[in-house]
Design a protein around this ligand. Structure first.
Ligand code: RIB
Ligand code: CA
Length: 308
């Protein structure tokens, strides 16, 4: 079976690091480009973190630095969750900036898509600022995108606010551009993210698997995701990779989704018409359920590929 060509837009980020590791070492995926965006921490730090990760993984994948600011309002970052560096808990190799592309991420995305002989799957696991800019500046690239698979949103409640999931809440205008793009979109949100977690027994197992898992265990211990007090570490972004290589793990629902752009309490909410009362055309396929055990087994088995 030929590998699926993908590009990953990311804000590493501790759970991003796990998702990037799984994707970069997965036998069925060909990561053509990694683009960074401001989100969990600043663009300087997410870019440095992406460079540190490929240095550690020994992977020669192009990396391009992206948008440092959401389209409209200021970024309220996630450093309270991911730590000051964005990947606290491990001493990484120094980033090699000679490996950073000269082009802005949006240009690198445009060039990759327009020059590719085949369609590419766009995987987004951070705020959608780069993707929104890409579609506004170069709408012609949509013809070269197979589908968008994104971690973000929720059909229930948020995590950054009671209604806003972090990636969508960080840049709702960019998310609106993406969800109105007309492209096939699969969304893995908090509804499955909260069930996609590792706990103490996995944390104890990780260091024995390989060096990458030793690093992940060390960073997971600094990852203040919502359920940290219960010893649970949510692997939100890995769900986007699982959606690519093991979609049957999830229950999928086609629906219409709008992003709330106004409102003191609702801005950034992903409003899904799951009851289909309003007859709006479907614009997204949403993962609404997952087996935690199936996810955990897949997650651990996938990390066994990450040998450096
Ligand atoms: O809400 C979870 C999302 O926000 C994940 O992508 C995590 O990395 C943070 O960016
Ligand atoms: Ca992320």
């Amino acid at each position: 079976m030929s590998k699926l060509p993908i590009m990953i837009d990311t804000d590493p980020g501790i759970d991003d690091a796990a998702a990037l590791a799984i994707a970069l070492f997965h036998p069925d995926l060909d990561v053509k480009l990694i683009t960074t965006v401001a989100g969990n921490v600043s663009i300087e730090k997410t870019t440095a973190n992406a460079l540190k990760l490929i240095e550690m993984f020994g992977k020669d994948v192009p990396i391009a630095r992206g948008c440092e600011h959401p389209l409209v309002y200021d970024l309220d970052d996630g450093s309270e969750v991911h730590g000051i560096t964005g990947m606290d808990g491990w001493v990484f190799p120094e980033p090699d900036y000679s490996r950073l592309m000269k082009e802005h991420a949006v240009i690198a995305m445009r060039d990759l898509l327009m020059e590719s002989p085949e369609e590419i799957t766009l995987v987004a696991i951070g705020p959608l600022t780069n993707v929104g800019m890409l579609f506004r500046l170069f709408p012609e690239v949509k013809a070269k995108i197979n589908e968008i698979v994104l971690m973000g949103g929720s059909v229930t409640r948020g995590n950054k606010t009671p209604t806003g999931e972090f990636n969508i809440y960080s840049d709702p205008e960019a998310a609106h551009i993406v969800f109105t793009s007309g492209l096939p979109i699969r969304m893995v949100g908090l509804d499955v993210g909260w069930k996609s977690f590792v706990d103490g027994k996995h944390m104890d197992m990780l260091p024995e698997i390989n060096k990458v898992c030793e690093m992940l265990e060390a960073t997971f211990r600094h990852y203040r995701s919502n359920q940290f007090e219960k010893g649970i570490v949510n692997m939100y972004d890995s769900d986007a990779i699982a959606a690519l290589v093991k979609p049957e793990m999830f229950k999928w629902v086609n629906t219409h989704l709008d992003v709330e752009l106004e409102g003191k309490y609702g801005r950034g909410q992903t409003v899904c018409d799951l009851d289909e009362r309003y007859g709006k055309a479907h614009n997204v396929t949403v993962a609404v359920d997952v087996s935690t055990k199936v996810f955990q087994d897949w997650f651990i088995e996938s990390l066994k590929n990450c040998n450096i």
